[in-house]
Write a protein that binds this ligand. Structure first.
Ligand code: HEM
Length: 182
């Protein structure tokens, strides 16, 4: 059972890390203070990397564990799982989203000179937000603990954190709240 607990714990903490990364990413782009931007960006990236490592552990552990039959082929064909097919499809599509955003983020420094890459980078980065949203759906539908009050509280807190960060950013960017410099 140890592997099964590791699998689920890694999934829960990965979801929390992606939430932290998403919330800090949202407020970073709304901040004009360079020092604050630096630290927000630091938390945004560190949480994303930690989330990816834990996601790797989650996926390896659910596949290796014999408690449920999850074939590695589900990573190639998201709709092919015999166990909770819809929830597993959401999880695999979430993985695609966060991995695509991570690869594009890692390539950003090297391809900074490319106008085409810079132009499309923001669009590609939206994959991270879509991945995060799908991972919330996956957590609400997949887990053994999904209907327990503590797990529901964690998942809904993740949702509230990102929605709250979006409202905060929208409020700080509202024209009526922008400080006039002239
Ligand atoms: C961004 C991607 C993902 C995140 C954040 C994530 C997170 C989670 C979370 C929070 C749970 C609930 C744990 C619980 O209630 O005990 C869970 C369950 C589960 N996940 Fe994922 N997951 C992701 C992707 C995947 C992928 C790609 C797979 C399959 C290869 C997968 C397989 C599973 C399985 C089998 C369960 C059910 C465990 C159970 O029945 O309790 N997950 N995941």
């Amino acid at each position: 059972m140890t592997l099964w607990y590791v699998a689920r714990a890694a999934g829960v903490v990965a979801m929390i890390m992606f939430t932290l990364s998403a919330a800090f990413g949202i407020v970073t782009s709304g901040s004009r203070n360079p020092e604050r931007r630096f630290w927000f960006q630091y938390v945004h990236r560190s949480a994303a990397v930690t989330g990816l490592v834990l996601l790797g552990a989650h996926v390896i552990a659910v596949i290796a564990d014999s408690n449920v039959a999850i074939s590695p082929t589900v990573l190639l064909w998201p709709f092919g799982s015999g166990y909770r097919p819809f929830a597993m499809a959401l999880g695999t599509l979430a993985l695609y989203g966060v991995v695509l955003a991570a690869v594009a983020g890692a390539a950003r420094g090297r391809l900074a000179h490319s106008r085409t890459f810079s132009k499309y980078w923001r669009t590609i980065h939206i994959a991270a937000s879509v991945g995060w949203a799908l991972s919330i759906g996956h957590a609400l539908l997949a887990g053994t603990d999904r209907s327990t009050p503590w797990m529901l509280a964690i998942t809904l807190s993740c949702l509230v954190a990102v929605v709250g960060a979006s409202f905060y950013r929208a409020h700080t960017y509202a024209p009526s709240n922008l400080v006039r410099t002239r």
